[in-house]
Design a protein around this ligand. Sequence first.
Ligand code: NAP
Ligand code: MG
Length: 490
Amino acid sequence: MSVWQERLNNLSIETRAFINGQYVAAADGKTFASINPATEEEIAQITECGDIEVNLAVKHAKAAFEAGVWADLAPRARATIMQKLAALMTEHAEELALLETIDTGKPISDCRAVDIGGSIHTVQWYAEVVDKIGDEIAPLDPKYLGLVTRQAVGVVAAVVPWNFPLMMASWKYAPALAAGNSVILKPSEKSPLTAIRLAQLAKEAGIPDGVFQVLPGPGSVGKALSLHMDVDCVAFTGSTNVGKLIMGYGAQSNLKRVWLELGGKSPNIVFPDCPDLKKAARAAAGGIYYNMGQVCTAGSRVLVHEDIKDEFIQHFKEAAKRYVTADPLNDKTTMGPLVDSIQYEKVLDFVARGKAQSTLIMGGEAQKINGKGYFLEPTAFETQADDLLATEEIFGPVLSIITFKTQEEAVAIANNTHYGLAAALWTSDLSTAHKVARKLRAGTVWVNCYDEGGDMNLPFGGFKQSGNGRDKSIHALEKYTELKSTMIKL
Ligand code: NAP
Ligand code: MG
């Protein structure tokens, strides 16, 4: 028995919603199953929130905000409590990683390093920054004093996906809390466990009741929050389709601020003067197989110059050997299952349709570990730029390799998508790097690397239908604050 399996056997799992500082079951007693996608077994029955819980949580969030129990603390005091939260998350990092792995199938070592490590870093970072940024004094006629200040927006609903459950949540609640808001977190029904556990740690850290609440449940909980007249802002990460709905809910209700981080079909362009083709191939493999391709910035389209295509593919196949499906509770595992049977069927369907239209060069077979689980081996196709696989976001370990002849053609193919989340290019020429980076319609451009997204200083988000607003960096604080002009006649 692995050490993680042993820890799992001794783990007691909290399954209820967290409202006004208490764990509670749903008023109607409803629950839903949380399934481990590696074993297909039920982990627990989770509280399924409904309208009663949504209304209750919003009422408490609003009351806490208006009472000023959090919003009116000195920024330094909020920072201290958030540092305490980061410390508690660090103390419980292994437990959080374990919960994330069983809930989603993500490899345990990735959960520790990236999901939980990244979440802790995010909380620390916003705690560090919140008492370091001041406001502005406007250059008015000296008969006046003009203050330009930022104030918390109020009640923030964070509706987040399952691919990096705690980390995507942290990118929302950490800046929102730092700025003084009340936050209601709605995790995906595919991955509620870490959010539920976090609530207790937030309480222990000293975050007042009503300021941080967690409502597990289906998409309808996100919908109810987004339509609620007393929710001032909804921060969403998920699919473009649901993002469009949420913008509509904002319009139908109170014009709440709507911030969207949506999908992508990110191009990774390899020019013939690529400084190190082996390195590029390794980065390309990581770009599509890390987290089983369930990454919004997945480098799902590699655009490679025709002169180096064969050599690149050879290196790519070699690099992809690092990704082997196995038990996600093993420290050495690099690839777990897809998150659930729905996502699995969706991706397998893409692969089947891809086999009919494009050229399979690697993988393509479903797999089982110990006879169970939603595993798919690393898969790659050679495609035309407008093939199904090269245009739809698959959200699985399925790469499209597209050949190009000229720089102009590469840029045109790269931008020929309604997404604009990320892009990358590989070149030894400084001018090519700058020129192409500027032309790419994407919120993040990597040059001679892929998906190096760890640094909190860089804003993260999309052009076009990949969303609006930015997570991470001090710019994320803008989403959770309103600008106020105060003019004083002296
Ligand atoms: P999704 O189906 O859009 O779900 C995202 C969240 O919205 C979940 O909590 C979901 O709840 C909830 N939801 C579903 N229907 C809703 C509705 N009508 N109103 C309000 N909320 C609703 O996305 P997903 O499949 O979980 O995640 C994959 C997508 O997220 C991909 O497109 C990916 O590119 C994108 N993503 C983007 C980023 C980024 O930062 N840009 C990061 C990660 C993922 P349930 O899951 O409980 O139904
Ligand atoms: Mg699950």
